[in-house]
Design a protein around this ligand. Structure first.
Ligand code: ATP
Ligand code: MG
Length: 566
């Protein structure tokens, strides 16, 4: 039991530690609101009880709170003025409650929004080496599901718990003043019920939450993979296999989901039963002891308090459950928030004479060294060809050359000055074998003008002419190229990718086997284009076909983790 409570407090502490100072301030203000709200709630109970006692014709003693109420009451119009008092307090309370709930929802959604944005920011500024180790389904799940749920599943319940606990404490204090024994009993019963439920379901809920999280990742993964391998699925009739896997994950999610929903609703019924059992016992005792007068005043005060206590107990317990259910994703989320982001180093580049790489080594894991202490240079205007057998490290080398992948060791000098590795990418453009194309038009695919800023359209057009795409696309400049560029051919992809490098005035274009899956004619056209571009740009290309490297003035052969330069 103690450890469960500690877990809750630990979780609360880590929620609070994720908040900014401003958010903490708003939360404190909200708690102050909540205290007011609770006072008014209590005042409404008192006035209702007072009214009930007046109606039932009870003798009301002139003491404590009653003497304050009597100040508002006209003794000749007892019932009417007691009713008026009650309705005024309830109206004020309602207005306050509306403001309070508006505020709590706003805070919760602002916090969620801020965390969701900073999560995306973390991801987009991921270090490339870290990104290689990451799993896309996990990132999609965190960004599209968890970060959205943090408001309703964590922050709102957290605020509710503070609010409802205050109410429970206040109502109990009130009952305590009214009758100490009654107050203590109600308070203890409430606490017991809440802890009993937490104990009953905490570990189950955490397990269910974990199951849903894990299965969600797997489900997103299988959706992603079935989309990417749609042609394979068709050709090999793999539909049934994919369906089975998908169904399994979906079943797991739905099973855990419905159980957690059930646990969330269970307390309500049980609480009500307990409270009525309690009332029943009270009636029995007072009836048996022939204490009718006390019975009426006890019953009215209890009835009203219970009317407040049940929803409050219910909300506290379901909020506790929601937080426990969300514990696993939240812990994952906070560990993700702690990742150090590498802010882009943006550099306005000018022409260079020489880039020198000294002592470059790389290993992805401890055992396998891919490149071992190699040295080479790139001169302005070079046309460098890289070759070597499959798996020798060509792609790894060019990712290091262009500043994408940080090598395990090595230094880079730009015109004999040491250059920060993180700024190196500003000089380079990288064209992979199958360049990425967005589901957008050709202009956006070249300029990445995602926010509709004004761009130099003439510049884009002249680049389209230069890379030989203008005639084909001049009437379709604003037509989408399809999801992952399904409407453009392999050769066009290369050209679009090259056009992007020209638009952003990169000094070096690197191509990774870009031409190897093109037909000989298209390949030779791209090679001609590259030769022409070499008049103003430095070019580096990987190819396993020596014919493709015909225009190169330098060749790097990767062999035994080293390079031979010819
Ligand atoms: N992200 C990674 N994590 C771990 N190992 C990797 C990673 N990327 C590549 N490797 C390993 O590094 C070695 C070199 O890979 P690389 O892709 O550079 O080869 P390559 O010369 O480009 O081969 P290919 O001609 O087939 O494209 C391979 O053994 C590969 O398994
Ligand atoms: Mg490769």
């Amino acid at each position: 039991m103690i450890s469960k409570i500690l877990t809750f407090f630990r979780l609360s502490r880590s929620i609070v530690s994720e908040l900014t100072n401003k958010e903490k301030m708003t939360l404190v203000i909200n708690i102050i609101f909540s205290v007011f709200n609770t006072f008014l709630e209590l005042a409404s109970i008192i006035t209702i009880v007072y009214l009930l006692l007046v109606i039932s014709g009870q003798q009301i003693e002139e003491s404590g709170i009653v003497s304050y109420i009597n100040a508002f009451i006209d003794p000749d119009q007892l019932i009417i003025s007691a009713a008026l008092l009650m309705i005024s307090v309830v109206v004020i309370k309602t207005i306050f409650q509306i403001i309070y709930s508006f505020n709590s929802e706003k805070i919760s959604s602002q916090i969620m929004n801020r965390i969701s944005m900073s999560l995306y920011n973390k991801f987009i500024n991921y270090n490339y080496n870290e990104y290689l180790k990451e799993n896309s389904a996990r990132i999609i799940r965190i960004l599209s599901q968890e970060s959205v749920k943090i408001g309703t599943n964590l922050i709102s319940p957290f605020i509710s718990i503070i609010n409802e606990s205050l109410l429970l404490i206040f109502v109990s204090i009130f009952l305590f003043i009214y009758d100490p024994l009654l107050g203590v009993v109600v308070y203890l019963v409430s606490l017991l019920l809440i802890f009993y439920f937490s104990k009953l379901v905490t570990s189950r809920l955490q397990r269910l939450g974990k199951e849903v999280t894990e299965n969600n990742t797997k489900r997103i993964k299988i959706i992603n993979e079935s989309f990417r391998s749609f042609d394979i699925i068709k050709m090999f009739n793999f539909q049934e296999r994919f369906k089975q896997v998908y169904n399994e994950y979906a079943d797991n999610i739905s099973n855990s989901g419905f159980k957690s929903q059930f646990y969330a609703k269970l307390p309500k019924s049980i609480f009500e039963l307990f409270i009525f059992l309690f009332l029943f016992a009270l009636i029995l005792i007072l009836e048996l002891t022939q204490n009718t007068e006390l019975l009426i005043s006890y019953l009215s005060i209890l009835a009203v308090s219970v009317y407040k206590i049940i929803p409050s107990l219910n909300k506290t317990s379901s909020s506790l459950q929601s937080i426990q259910y969300f514990a696993t994703p939240f812990i994952e989320l906070t560990s993700y928030l702690k990742i150090k982001e590498s802010k882009p180093k943006i550099l306005k580049v000018s022409d260079f004479e020489l880039i020198k790489y000294v002592g470059v080594s790389h290993l992805f894991d401890k055992e396998n060294k891919i490149l071992d202490n190699i040295n080479f240079e790139i001169n302005n205007g070079d046309y460098i060809g890289i070759y070597g057998h499959s798996g020798s490290g060509k792609s790894t080398l060019i990712k290091i050359i262009c500043g994408l992948l940080k090598p395990s060791a090595g230094e880079v000098f730009m015109d004999n000055n040491s250059i920060n590795y993180d700024s190196l990418h500003n000089y380079f453009s990288y064209v992979p074998q199958d360049p990425f194309i967005m589901d957008d038009n050709i202009i956006t695919n070249i300029t990445f003008n995602l926010t509709n800023k004004k761009i130099d359209l003439e510049k884009v057009k002249s680049i389209l002419v230069k890379v030989g795409l203008y005639d084909k696309f001049k009437d379709k400049l604003y037509e989408s190229l399809g999801d992952n560029g399904i409407k453009v051919s392999g050769g066009q992809r290369q050209r679009i990718s090259i056009a992007r490098a020209l638009f952003f005035e990169k000094k070096v274009i690197i191509l990774d086997e870009s031409t190897s899956n093109l037909d000989p004619q298209t390949e030779s056209k791209i090679l001609q284009l590259l030769k022409k571009l070499n008049e103003e740009l430095t070019i580096i290309m990987i190819s396993h076909k020596m014919d493709s490297l015909i225009n190169c003035n330098k060749k790097f052969k990767i062999i035994n983790k080293n390079i031979e330069i010819t």
